[in-house]
Design a protein. Structure first.
Length: 538
């Protein structure tokens, strides 16, 4: 269904069971959980789906190695449970989003003999906690084998390595797929629609004032319950409800660098367990490139946080310490920053309790807020939220229990891991294009392939497998409304290669203008926005 059809549903005057505010991991997960139970759900996002933190993660599906270390050192049950939940949810995500996720071996290099038993025992505990959802067994690697598997490692002083497994995924496509799967189950979804006010009757929230961010048009939507799932922005909605509300969220920023693929082997990542100031860093293969991240600095909550030069220098310095390759700023192909939402009890005084766990809060007027958490546990967060909403708003769902544990997202149900061979054979795609289409669209890839066939399979830009046909598909079937929606989230181009994204932008604009009937003024607006987003590193 096209976006304009969803907008018509939002304006038709009916009362929805739930209005979900926020189109990131949490909001899309909540919308899918609620819709799959049979509730009438509306989801709105002021920007694009996953435009915030949910498209700027480290692309890992994990329990949290560093959280496990804190749990053991401090005997912290909350951190322990966070890891255990994360490992269980990791297995579910890998099963339900097979085309967008994969198991990834990671090596932890050890340069002190005393670190060997400590790190190895910790990662074996990580395996044990995953239980039936275990995706691979950790093992010690000799110095020689560690260098064979990750040849870029600095050999001098290397004693051994530990191999362990976590998951990797395509975060922005995952969020979009959750929204589209919710749509399949009857949800009304709309990006670029902001909540400009909360509508109350008798002091209780009964809906919201919505504003189309693209046209400025506003209207009122009624709902039996309103869920605030806006990630780092939850306090903004809470203050909209109650100007006296105490903040429940703090944020830290994490930047990521993208380098050429020569900086990481195609099938193995690197986990640096402790930097000079006690952080965990990763060097990961991602979309035929190397992804380096992440930093961890206190941050103000903004739509598009900016990477700092000091953070870039920090990452480059640490990569240089562990690599036998020289890494310079000129090697960086893209850099971007995301926010980590750290939630706390507003009545607590101990800020050390800030964690990646999630909190559900009810306001006096009935606003339900879900805050905190991380990508890996999005489904558990959604489950808890919808369970709570059923009771809080006295809703009757045709299927009252959660349905998402064994619910494949769009693209995954009939995904064929060898589908790239079929795409190459049937449509004549190059191997890199066929592989990219198969793992990006899963069992929907043939729809994109058919559009591509009509356009001679033309690439958007050289040296990348992304096709012009994907722009058409994104507009017609994936609610892409802006050029940057396509460059940064429907495809990964802008996050991989800023220069290539600039080269591709005029053609994307041309295709979208034709598809959507844009006039010259709208095209000029898009040009300005493209440059702004690419200049500020998304």
């Amino acid at each position: 269904m096209a976006r304009h059809q969803h907008l018509q549903h939002l304006k038709d005057g009916r009362t929805f069971d739930l209005l979900v505010i926020g189109g990131g991991a949490t909001g899309c997960g909540v919308a899918l959980d609620a819709a799959s139970r049979g509730l009438d759900v509306a989801l709105v996002e002021k920007n694009d789906f996953s435009e915030g933190t949910s498209s700027r993660s480290t692309k890992l599906v994990h329990g949290g190695v560093r959280y496990l270390e804190m749990a053991v050192k401090k005997l912290d049950r909350a951190q322990y449970n966070l890891v255990k939940d994360g490992l269980r949810e990791r297995g579910i995500l890998l099963k339900n989003a097979r085309h967008l996720s994969n198991r990834l071996p990671l090596i932890t290099p050890l340069y002190k003999w005393l670190d060997v038993p400590y790190v190895f025992s910790g990662l074996k505990l990580y395996d044990i906690l995953s239980g039936k959802q275990n995706i691979g067994h950790s093992r010690l690697l000799s110095r020689k084998e560690a260098l064979r598997r990750f040849p870029m490692l600095k050999a001098e002083g290397l004693k051994a390595g530990v191999l362990y497994y976590d998951g990797q995924f395509h975060d922005s496509r995952m969020a979009l797929s959750l929204a589209l799967t919710a749509e399949q189950h009857g949800a009304t979804i709309a990006n670029h629609v902001a909540v400009s006010g909360l509508y109350k009757e008798g002091g209780k929230i009964a809906g919201a004032e919505l504003t189309d961010s693209l046209t400025g048009e506003s209207w009122q939507l009624k709902a039996k319950g309103v869920i605030n799932a806006t990630g780092p922005f939850v306090d903004q909605i809470r203050v909209m409800d109650n100007p006296e509300a105490s903040k429940i969220l703090s944020a830290s920023t994490g930047i990521h660098l993208v380098l050429d693929k020569r900086f990481a082997p195609p099938d193995t990542g690197l986990m640096i367990p402790e930097t000079e100031d006690g952080r965990v860093l990763f060097v990961l293969p991602w979309e035929d490139h190397a992804l380096v991240g992440t930093t961890d600095e206190p941050a103000e909550v903004t739509d598009h946080p900016q990477p700092l030069e000091s953070e870039i220098d920090y990452l480059l310095r640490h990569v240089a310490q562990y690599f036998n390759l020289k890494v310079k700023k000129s090697d960086i192909k893209a850099v971007w920053s995301g926010l980590r939402p750290l939630v706390s009890d507003p009545n607590a005084t101990d800020t050390a309790k800030l964690a990646r766990d999630h909190v559900i809060e009810d306001s006096a007027s009935g606003l339900l807020t879900i805050a905190g958490g991380k990508w890996t546990t999005y489904r558990k967060m959604a489950l808890d939220t919808v369970d709570h909403a059923l009771n809080r708003f006295n809703l009757s769902a045709p299927r009252p229990t959660c349905q998402t544990e064994q619910l494949p997202i769009i693209g995954s149900a009939n995904y064929n891991e060898k589908g790239d061979l079929e795409l190459s054979k049937k449509y004549g795609f190059a191997a890199d294009v066929a592989s990219y289409l198969n793992r990006t669209y899963g069992d929907q890839a043939e729809q994109v392939a058919e559009l591509a066939e009509a356009r001679q399979g033309i690439r958007l830009v050289k040296n990348h497998p992304i096709l012009e046909a994907e722009v058409v598909y994104a507009v017609r079937y994936e609610s892409a409304e802006r050029v940057i929606d396509v460059l940064a989230r429907r495809t990964p181009l802008a996050l991989l290669d800023t220069k290539a994204a600039r080269q591709a932008a005029p053609r994307v604009l041309e295709i979208m203008a034709e598809e959507l009937g844009w006039d010259q003024r709208r095209c000029d607006d898009e040009v300005l926005l493209i440059e702004k987003r690419l200049s500020e590193a998304l």
